[in-house]
Design a protein around this ligand. Sequence first.
Ligand code: NDP
Length: 386
Amino acid sequence: MSRRVSILGATGSIGQNTIDLIARTPERFEVVALTGGRNVTRLAADARALGAQVAVTAHDDLLDDLRAALAGSGVEAAAGRAALLEAAARPADWVMSAIVGVAGLAPGLAALEQGATLALANKESLVTAGPLLMQTARRAGARVLPVDSEHSAVFQALVGEDIAAVERVILTASGGAFRDWPLADLAHATVEQASAHPNWAMGQRITIDSASMFNKALELIETREFFGIDPDRIEVLVHPESLVHALVGFRDGALMAHVGAPDMRHAIGYALNWPDRAELPVARLDLAEIGQLRFRAPDVARYPALALARGVMDTGGLSGAAFNAAKERALDHFIAGRIGFTQMSGLVEQVLDTLSSDRRLTDAEITLDTVFEIDHLSRAGLDRLL
Ligand code: NDP
């Protein structure tokens, strides 16, 4: 029997890799919904090719373009926020959550509410509202599977293990585009330079977040929320080759490492076929050829985002929502050329300092409304600093 699948964020880097896998064995899948943003040409082409029920763009003003591109295909066209939620809520067995940013939270929750297995690439959902996401899954009897490569690696290392026997989790980081730059040069790094990842081909925003390690900072929080591991048991290790994706250390001293090519189709394919392992079109590593794997501790001066994430985990509550929003906004300003690369972390820190005096961060319940309220306050707070 074929599995009903939907892809939220189908036109992005993760979405396209997911489509690549599904299109290799189309007889196994029935595509329910594909959603995208501005790239309606890609969205329509994929919806036609996969025979989706519905294609949705997040932008109302692009509905006519999407309709035109889908004319005669039999695929429904829809646009806007409500349509996105409706698409996510359509009955499906497996839903890929690959919208970028906090915009992915509500559609992911809608998919969980209808009981689908949520393959979670959108780490912002866990950072901003981890307890809400996991509680929703439990209440609906639905499952969340990690797609971020580090979290997929940890998840795989834990198969058959007792979480109580875990002593530590080590997330590896490539170190990003500037890992070997002199520190003094970082202040003048351009958007183009920050957008070139040494090992992974990803969307622009996450690539820049890798250079600043804001991405790893989000992943620290994501690890805490997904696996329920204490922050002081989660470590970050710079590993320039990006072949070991994570390690799990157990109380007997054993370290289980997940090793594989830097190709997101591995983690996506693992979630798509879970609990089975299917053959995947990823490179097989020749370790003799690779010769050596290097590791080093992250330089705290180069990557101040890591310390910010530790503070966020200590505070808890809605501080993840504040952190993520300030980070997204600082990134917007960096991409627009309004601030320098190294200014991002200082601005985010100032916003967190200001908001931490607001009891709402720790007192308010985590709901969609409170997350968006803090998100808004945090973005506005960051804009006021410019
Ligand atoms: P991309 O920027 O490549 O794609 C983002 C997707 O979201 C596109 O389909 C885009 O549409 C859509 N989108 C953008 N804004 C909105 C919005 N406001 N409402 C609805 N849809 C929107 O991102 P990635 O694929 O790189 O990343 C997606 C998620 O996966 C992120 O959370 C990222 O952190 C995570 N992730 C990504 C990895 C990677 O290798 N790329 C690795 C691990 C995690 P359009 O392009 O049509 O405008």
